[in-house]
Design a protein around this ligand. Structure first.
Ligand SMILES: [Zn+2]
Length: 558
């Protein structure tokens, strides 16, 4: 026992120093074969830094989706995959998976009015009172339809919750609340947001039910962001996956709370009371005596971007038809020509770091003497900053059917801060891989940092979620706030400083003072997890009753 602990400590010390020694054997990492251990040890902080330096250089122009810099980045990543000898897993024997996109910009001649049966119509002011996109991707659409209040707009059989109660809402405009009912801790996940609480779900469900439009009522406390955030993220061009024939909303919109109050009053109702009523399981849709009359005018711009996908074939004759996938988005915000001064959004952290980790993983996997039993997919995806679009397309068009992808490990924004003593793997606890993950974390001497704000629903805001919704168990692998030689306050301060000063700003840049031990450690941890998932006998599954369990069962029966 003691001898083994000494070896563990020695191995950890080597890892922490970023050392390349392979001599200590695998006793400490008893879950990895000698070949795998050697490959993991070969992950180099310097390589990750070097990749990041290039990907985030001004020459890459901020890797904008559908812009030249983004395309250069994709071509560069594909070139690296080719140099490593990985198999192309994109379209027609290439590394590129084309992602058809459409940019939609609401035009100033759009009109959006609430028209009560009795009383004066309310012509709403764009951006101040409402925001709206035409998801049908047409240059013009007209809506003249009654508004139906559907509470939270949730239909969740696994929670025995149905706001629609079978009411036909085809062609109607649905007024809804964001978030989910939280009064009862046994309902949904108590305060932790499920996907049913996200605004994207509300739009999707409304479209599935054939509604003409959806209106979300904004509330700062419920959405966990203010109206200015809604306003800023809903002005200018928005990108969508090209419509594929599925029903779409002519107006996917938000209104401010003040407008919602007026709308309630025009219906002879009280907004607070309406909101309280939605918190009951017995809630029933309410037809309001108000119509939405809208003329939606949009500038529509089709374009193409690409995911970059490669594969390392597995070594087991049967299991090689299954895979573990690593994902990291390469896109960022590109260049803003109208901005004064530095207008290149380099995205060195977001997500140069994740891409560079992915590339280093691809390199060491390709150099291992013996491949894992399942195949390994490496996917650097586009359009994350536009709403997880590249990964959504990848999930809907996977190179290996989703039911045969065991696990997705995603990397997004791994700040080069030093030697982590803590990891964040929110969502992993929802899978049956969690016990194995805890064992691996122990070998790395990592403690687990729980999701600090489950009510904010971060799980649904990064690319692993796109895989989860087609059933693939997945989560992001990142560090926590405890680093060697520092206390948690220091780690938190670093995180805050990045978020306040550099996140989604042109100053998110590479510089020589960064400590890439972070990224190498997270890459090694990700390597060990992926290797284990690729070798274990059964595929990873969601735990019973999880919101993605049904998608998994559906994908496996295909
Ligand atoms: Zn971002």
């Amino acid at each position: 026992m003691i001898a083994r602990r000494v070896v563990v400590l020695a191995v950890v010390a080597l890892l922490a120093a970023g050392a390349l020694a392979q001599k200590k054997g695998t006793d400490g990492f008893h879950r990895l074969s000698p070949a795998a251990f050697a490959a993991m040890q070969d992950i180099r902080p310097q390589n990750i830094s070097t990749q990041d330096r290039f990907l985030s250089s001004d020459l890459l122009e901020g890797r904008g989706t559908g812009q030249r810099g983004g395309d250069v980045a994709a071509e560069y990543i594909a070139t690296q995959f080719a140099l490593y000898g990985l198999k192309p897993a994109g379209d027609n024997g290439t590394y590129m998976q084309k992602v058809p996109l459409v940019g939609v910009t609401p035009a100033p001649d759009t009109t959006f009015a609430l028209v009560p049966d009795k009383g004066a119509p309310m012509e709403l002011k764009a951006l101040d009172e409402y925001v709206a996109y035409d998801e049908t991707q047409q240059p013009e659409s007209n809506i003249d339809a009654p508004i139906v209040y559907v509470g939270y707009g949730i239909e969740a059989p696994e929670y025995n919750w149905d706001d629609y109660k079978g009411v036909d809402v085809k062609g109607k405009v649905l007024l809804m609340l964001v978030n989910q009912p939280t009064d009862d801790p046994k309902l949904f996940h108590g305060k932790a947001l499920t996907y049913y609480g996200r605004w994207t779900y509300k739009y999707e469900e409304a479209a599935r039910k054939g509604a003409a439009g959806a209106i979300l009522i904004h509330q700062t406390d419920m959405a966990s962001y203010g109206w200015d955030v809604v306003r800023n993220s809903n002005s200018g061009e928005h990108s969508f996956l090209k419509a594929d024939g599925a029903p779409q909303l002519k107006a996917a919109s938000w209104i401010s709370r003040d407008v919602a109050k007026k709308l309630a009053a025009a219906s002879g109702k009280n907004l607070d009371k309406m909101m309280a009523e939605a918190r009951s399981r017995d809630f029933h849709p309410v037809a309001l005596p108000v119509r939405l009359k809208a003329h939606m005018v949009s500038k529509v711009r089709p374009f193409t971007s690409q995911n970059v996908v490669a594969m390392l074939p597995g070594s087991d004759a049967r299991l090689k038809n299954e895979a573990v996938i690593y994902t990291a988005h390469y896109d960022h915000f590109g260049i803003r020509p109208d901005m004064k001064g530095d207008n290149i959004f380099n995205g060195a952290m977001d997500n140069g770091t994740g891409c560079s980790i992915l590339l280093e993983l691809a390199r060491v996997y390709s150099e291992t003497k013996q491949h894992p039993r399942r195949s390994i997919l490496f996917a650097s995806v586009t359009g994350e900053e536009q709403g997880l679009l590249g990964s959504q397309y990848l999930g809907e068009h996977p190179p290996i059917p989703a039911g045969r992808i065991s696990l997705d490990l995603n990397f997004d924004n791994v700040l080069p801060l030093g030697s982590p003593e803590e990891v964040q793997v929110s969502g992993a606890e929802r899978t049956n891989f969690f016990p194995a993950l805890l064992e691996t974390a122990k070998e790395f001497r990592f403690s687990i940092r729980p999701d600090p704000r489950p009510e904010a629903g971060y799980y649904y805001r990064s690319d692993h979620f796109s895989l989860a919704r087609v059933g693939v168990p997945g989560f992001s692998v990142n560090q926590g706030i405890k680093f060697k030689g520092h206390d948690a306050t220091w780690g938190l301060a670093q995180e805050d400083e990045y978020r306040d000063k550099h996140y989604h700003q042109p100053s998110d840049e590479w510089h020589p003072g960064l400590d890439w031990t972070s990224d190498a450690s997270i890459a090694r941890f990700g390597f060990a997890l992926g290797w284990e998932a690729a070798n274990q006998s059964a595929e990873v599954q969601w735990k019973k009753g999880d919101e993605f369990e049904k998608a998994r069962l559906d994908s496996e029966s295909r």
